[in-house]
Structure formats: C-alpha cells, structure tokens
Write a protein of this length. Structure first.
Length: 191
C-alpha cells in the first residue's frame, strides 16, 4: 500500500500530469473589449450625472452662482471627464480579463487615457459633429485598456528548494540550460 501511494505521488508530481500554468490568452479578447466599452459608457454616464447634479446645486441655490464657484465646478467636471471614462474601462476590463495577463493596471489606465485623449482630439477636429467622440472613445479606450493588461513580460516561475538544498525551477517549460544554471548557481544576483 505504501508503494502504491508513493507511485501515485510520483505520477502526480511528474511534469506531464502536474497542472500547467495557463498561457496569456492575448489581447483584444471579446470579453475584455466589451467590458471596457461598458466601463467607458458608465464613466461617461457618471460624468453627465455629475454635471446634472452640479447644475441642480446651482439652480437650488446650494452654491451661490459666482464666477469662482462656476470655475471650481468647471474644473471639477473637466477632471472627472478626463479621469472617469478611462478608469471605468480599465476597472471593468480588469474584472473580466482573461487570466493570467502579463500587464498591469497602471499600464492599462495609461493606455486607456491615451485612447481617451485621442477621442477628445478627434472631437475637436470634427468640431460641429461631436458624435465622432463616442465611437473613437469606445475603440481607443477599450483597445488601450486591453493592450495595457497584456503588455509586458510574463511573471517568472517560482523557484523552490529541493531536499538537497539546490534551487529547482517549478516551470516545466523552462529551457534546460536555465534549469542547470539555476541548479548550479542558486544565488546569481541577476536573476
């Protein structure tokens, strides 16, 4: 019985039967793009809602209609319009991303912000036809957030210590020369 348990444990620990890490499925997956598009629209709706709430605050005399208050409200709404749509797209794409992804949240937010800036530039260039902003914003921000979530090197596999004290890689897809180098030089400073 002990021999059977040992054989079963050896089979389960072999690289062919051990669970393999899932590769990055790549960028521009349908779920991520759809979620990022919905996040952009949610961010735009939130900005419109904040604008309407600000208008009601001025109409109900909660804020006095002075030049300073209008300027502060305009700066706050402009900041919200610049930050909320890319942030909504990045958060939504991150929640439904195809895991594991190599990129990071901040990369996705930065690239989504660049797509949002491109949409605002397209709206400026097509001045009386401001409807151009929405399709360009959906495409640019969704693509930027997906690209940012998948841009970068994959995480390195963990290195564990075997009973002999040598470091062994846990990733079976690692090239043989790297496995020998890790086993011979476990304290290499450039790893």
């Amino acid at each position: 019985m002990v021999a059977f348990a040992l054989a079963l444990q050896l089979v389960a620990a072999s690289p062919t039967f051990a669970p393999q890490p899932a590769p990055d499925a790549g960028l521009f997956q349908g779920r991520e793009l759809a979620a990022a598009g919905l996040g952009v629209l949610a961010g735009d709706a939130l900005v419109v809602g904040l604008g309407y709430a600000t208008l009601q605050l001025f109409a109900n005399d909660t804020f006095s209609p002075t030049a300073g208050n209008f300027r502060t409200a305009a700066f706050a709404l402009a900041g919200a319009a610049l930050v909320l749509p890319p942030l909504g797209a990045t958060v939504a794409a991150r929640l439904v991303r195809v895991s594991p992804a190599a990129g990071a949240f901040w990369k996705a937010l930065l690239l989504a912000s660049l797509g949002h800036a491109a949409a605002l530039g397209a709206g400026y260039l097509a001045a009386p036809r401001f409807w151009v902003v929405i399709p360009v914003q959906l495409a640019g921000v969704a693509a930027g957030s997906s690209l940012g979530l998948h841009w970068g090197p994959r995480a390195r596999p963990a290195v564990r210590q075997d009973p002999g004290g040598r470091a062994t890689p846990t990733d079976p897809a690692r090239p043989a020369k790297d496995a020998v180098a890790v086993a011979l030089y476990p304290m290499c400073p450039d790893r």
